[in-house]
Each structure stands twice: as structure tokens, then as C-alpha cells.
Design a protein around this ligand. Structure first.
Ligand code: ATP
Length: 346
């Protein structure tokens, strides 16, 4: 069944249209990331789905039931939706146990087992139960916030940038723990983020939002490898854009001959090459010649900034960190795998 179905949703604040016709379908037991730059309307969409605000027009269905639209508005407490905000979700004067059991009712609230179960679900030891929020790390606080949101057994969890206040190391581990807890409880989730790698690594489906509209909805692989347009391409990851003429699914460019993904008619095109598709080739014949201008070394890999000698074009290649050429080295490079092509009109 479909967990969330949003149809032609609009919302304005004063005279500013913040959501301009959103259509989104979220399958049950999946994680959908809403990815977009600051101010594009992500939180507004989440708040409308939670029922904290009403839409101006359009419809929201949760598990097939109309909760907003056609004159109907179901209050948040009747939507079976849990909400985890960026930070500060926990009551500072309650310990972890009481924070979690706040969302429980009756016997479950008095019986400590459910709290233990929820703590273990989010990967926390039961010893943290007596601690207060200020005695927890940021990652632990977010796990407790999720445990509290999961306590009443919601069918949908809304996560609004839940990892943005965590440092990079904590962010990945917390993200994985949250994902496992969602899968274990068969809970559908909508995750709002402006972090591309978070969206690509955690979600089953990514909805790329731009100026109050969804520019593309697809799997992480689709939005990364075959973005709807170059704007999405550049938002979702680093991009090298090359002009070329496509003939019979192939293009001759100053990065050599490139295979183009199906679906583009012959003609002038702008091609999307991801930096990790640019490889250094050993042979003196293959590829095109380039000079290393500078290197950003990251340990596991490195970004090489290169100048293609024949055209003077500057490109970035992402190569393994095991053998990184130094600046001024002459190298040969070629592009592996097909590339997406777009029309040249802006
Ligand atoms: P961020 O990533 O920075 O949180 P966002 O994509 O979640 O941004 P929203 O918080 O949905 O964006 O805000 C979208 C726009 O709507 C912004 O310009 C914001 O100022 C405006 N906005 C949001 N809520 C209100 C409100 N209650 N009243 C007036 N304007 C609002």
C-alpha cells in the first residue's frame, strides 16, 4: 500500500508561494529523502504532512485516507505520524526513560520493558535510561528522540534534518542506527535533508526539491546517474559538463569519445560526466592528454584538478588515494561508462 500520497499541494505564506504543486508517492516501509537547498520548502511540506499546518490546495492521503483536502483536515494527533526535529526534541527536565515513555499510554507506560525494547532498537545501552538529555552526546540524543517518536507505533516517521547538528563521524553511525530501527519496526520514513550524501546513502527514494517544486523523484542511482536536468545534476554531486555533438548514442568531445545514455536524440548536447568516471590510463595511446594542476588529497581518494592540453578545458577527476600524481605531471585520461546528455537550450 502507499504510505503517503501528496497531490498538487500548494502553500503560500503572505504572498510568497512556498510549495507550488507537489506530487509525491511514498511506498510503505521505505525511506524517502526530500533533498533540497535551504529555503526551498522542505520543512513546510513535512509540516503539512504532519498536520501542523493546512495546505492552501491539493490533497494528502496517509495509507489511503484523505487527511487534508476537499474541505477535510485531520488533526495531527489522529494521523499516526511521529516527528523528529533537528535538535531539542527531548524534554530537558525528564530522564531518557521518561522522555521515551512520554509517548506511551497506560500499561506500556508503567511497564519498563517497552522503554528497554525501544532503547535497544535504536542501539542504546539501557544504562543511559536514567540520564538526562544534557548527559548524552548529540547522536545519543537523536536516537532517544527517534525512540520516543517510535514509542506509540506510528506508521510514518518524519525526520527533519535529524543529523545536521552532528559531526561527520557521528552522523553516519547515527544515520545507520536510525535506518535499522525504521526497518526493524517496518516504519515508513520521510527524511528532510540538504546533505546529498545523506540522502543518497540512507534513502530508497530521493525527491529533489527546488523552489517549492519537485525537480525529480527517483532512486538514489537514478538521480545521481541520470538527473532530470543539469541543475539537479550539480546539486546531487560534483559534475563536469562537456559540450558535444551526439550521433547515434555516442559523442566526440574534448574528453574523448563518450557513450551517451539512451533517450537523447542526435544533436548538440551538454554531457554530464561525474569526476569518478574520469580515469587515468597508463597507455601512451589511449585517452586524452592532460596536466595535473593541483591535488586535493582525502586519504581514501583524491580530487585531481586537470587541464586537458588540446582544448585547455579544466576538469576534476576523482581517483583512488593509493597512487596520486603530483602537480605538473602529464597524464592521460579517459571517461568510463555512459554519460547523461541534455539539450543546449537553457
Ligand atoms: P531549511 O533547509 O533552511 O530548513 P526549508 O527547505 O526547510 O529550509 P522551509 O522552512 O519550508 O524551507 O521554508 C520555505 C520558505 O517559507 C522560506 O522562505 C521561509 O522563510 C518561509 N516560511 C516558512 N514558514 C513560514 C511561516 N510560518 N511564515 C512565513 N514564512 C514562512
Amino acid at each position: 500500500m502507499t504510505a503517503v500520497s501528496v497531490r498538487n499541494l500548494t502553500k503560500s505564506f503572505d504572498s510568497t508561494e512556498v510549495l507550488r504543486g507537489i506530487d509525491l508517492t511514498v511506498p510503505e516501509e521505505s525511506v524517502t529523502a526530500i533533498l533540497g537547498p535551504s529555503g526551498c520548502g522542505k520543512t513546510t511540506l513535512l509540516r503539512l504532512i504532519a498536520g501542523f499546518d493546512a495546505a492552501d490546495s491539493g490533497e494528502i492521503h496517509l495509507r489511503g485516507q484523505l487527511v487534508c483536502g476537499e474541505g477535510r483536515f485531520v488533526a495531527p494527533q489522529h494521523r499516526r505520524v511521529g516527528y523528529v526535529p533537528q535538535e531539542g526534541a527531548l524534554f530537558p527536565h525528564l530522564d531518557v526513560g521518561d522522555n521515551i515513555s512520554f509517548g506511551l499510554r497506560g500499561r506500556e507506560r508503567r511497564d519498563g520493558h517497552r522503554v528497554e525494547e525501544l532503547l535497544s532498537l535504536v542501539g542504546l545501552e539501557s544504562v543511559v535510561r536514567q540520564r538526562f538529555p544534557h548527559q548524552l552526546s548529540g547522536g545519543q540524543q537523536q536516537r532517544v528522540a527517534l525512540a520516543r517518536a517510535l514509542a506509540p507505533g506510528p506508521s510514518l516517521i518524519l525526520l527533519d534534518e535529524p543529523f545536521s547538528s552532528l559531526d561527520a563521524a557521528l552522523r553516519e553511525g547515527t544515520g545507520r542506527a536510525v535506518l535499522e530501527a525504521l526497518k526493524a519496526t517496518h516504519t515508513t520514513a520521510l527524511l528532510v535533508t540538504h546533505d546529498q550524501s545523506e540522502a543518497l546513502s540512507l534513502a530508497d527514494q530521493v525527491a529533489v526539491m527546488r523552489d517549492g517544486m519537485l525537480a525529480q523523484v527517483g532512486t538514489p542511482h537514478e538521480v545521481y546517474r541520470a538527473p532530470a536536468d543539469l541543475g539537479v545534476a550539480e546539486f546531487v554531486g560534483a559534475a563536469v559538463v562537456v559540450d558535444a555533438e551526439v550521433v547515434d548514442g555516442s559523442a566526440s568531445s574534448d574528453l574523448g569519445r563518450l557513450n551517451v545514455l539512451p533517450g537523447f536524440d542526435d544533436g548538440p548536447a551538454r554531457l554530464l560526466v561525474r569526476p569518478e568516471q574520469i580515469e587515468l590510463v597508463g597507455s601512451s595511446q589511449a585517452g586524452v592528454e592532460a596536466r595535473v594542476i593541483d591535488v586535493s588529497y582525502f586519504g581514501h581518494d583524491a580530487a585531481l584538478h586537470l587541464e586537458v592540453l588540446a582544448s585547455g578545458r579544466l576538469v576534476t577527476a576523482r581517483v583512488s588515494g593509493t597512487s596520486v600524481p603530483v602537480p605538473d605531471t602529464l597524464v592521460r585520461l579517459s571517461v568510463t561508462g555512459p554519460v547523461a546528455a541534455y539539450g543546449t537550450e537553457v
